[in-house]
Design a protein around this ligand. Structure first.
Ligand SMILES: NC(=O)c1ccc[n+]([C@@H]2O[C@H](COP(=O)([O-])OP(=O)(O)OC[C@H]3O[C@@H](n4cnc5c(N)ncnc54)[C@H](OP(=O)(O)O)[C@@H]3O)[C@@H](O)[C@H]2O)c1
Length: 241
């Protein structure tokens, strides 16, 4: 029986690459999204992967959504917390709304999702939780006090939960991507990308979503059980944590 993997924000960007890589590795995959129906429909039509819509900032909606996935596909044994947003602003101009939206999605979303699958993983003595953090949670980034705080929080969450899950064969790991060529990054003005960001990346290019998905498949595997609480940096050599 193939295991069920749930990928939040799994219908586009890095998440879509993760969903496809897990499916290609033999998992039954559920990909969630927040509201971009067009991208979700196109993703489903091309891949055949089941898609589900809910907002990870709502604890109740996560519970209902996960129950639906489990009724249709089976218990969630691999959870990839990938959904994330940016609301960039210099701190002196950052609004409480920009702060709260990013913390609620990128940090509290991990609690909302993981809490609903955790007891099942404990009961079955197997689980893989993989959190997509960011290079900017490791090093901090000007204009992203909200995002850097949330992503650094994801790393603390990962390390604490890894200790709780270890005795039950549940691993909890984080991946910190550097700059990857998705809509999130391609929204940055081209001049800033070419003159300020890419020159800081020793490999001389943006990463590909598939290069993050590769690390997820590695951590999801049954024989990755001795790797927990770790952070994999995938950033083209830009920062060594
Ligand atoms: N791109 C990078 O360079 C980079 C670097 C480091 C870390 N990351 C992290 O990697 C992850 C994926 O990034 P990406 O670049 O692939 O982003 P993206 O292309 O903007 O896609 C984000 C995905 O998250 C979903 N999402 C956003 N808010 C949500 C919410 N409240 N509830 C449920 N789903 C929600 C979106 O759903 P809709 O499609 O419905 O909008 C979308 O599927 C994020 O956590 C990001 O912080 C990205």
């Amino acid at each position: 029986m193939s295991r069920v993997a749930l990928v939040t924000g799994g219908t586009r960007g890095i998440g879509a690459a993760i969903s496809m890589a897990l499916r290609n590795a033999g998992y039954k995959v559920a990909a969630t999204y927040a509201g971009n129906e067009e991208k979700a429909r196109a993703f489903h039509e091309v891949t055949g992967i089941s898609v589900y819509k809910w907002d990870v900032t709502s604890y109740e909606d996560c519970g209902k959504g996960i129950a639906k996935v489990e009724a249709e596909l089976g218990p969630v044994e691999i959870l990839v917390n990938n959904a994330g947003i940016t609301r960039d602003a210099m701190f002196h101009k950052m609004t409480p709304q920009q702060w709260n939206e990013v913390i609620n999605t990128n940090l509290t979303g991990l609690f909302n999702m993981t809490h609903h699958v955790w007891q099942g993983m404990r009961d079955r003595s197997f689980g893989r939780v993989i959190n997509i953090s960011s290079i900017n949670g490791q090093k901090g980034q000007m204009g992203q006090a909200n995002y850097s705080a949330a992503k650094a929080g994801d790393l603390g969450f990962t390390k604490a939960l890894a200790q709780e899950g270890a005795a039950k064969n549940i691993t909890v790991n984080a991946i910190c991507p550097g700059y990857i060529g998705t809509e999130m990054v391609l929204a940055v003005p081209e001049k800033v990308l070419n003159e300020r960001i890419i020159p800081q990346i020793p490999v001389g290019r943006l990463g590909e979503p598939e290069e993050i998905a590769r690390a997820v498949v590695f951590l999801a595997a049954d024989d990755a059980g001795f790797i927990t609480g770790s952070t994999i940096s995938a950033n083209g050599g830009q920062f060594f944590a």
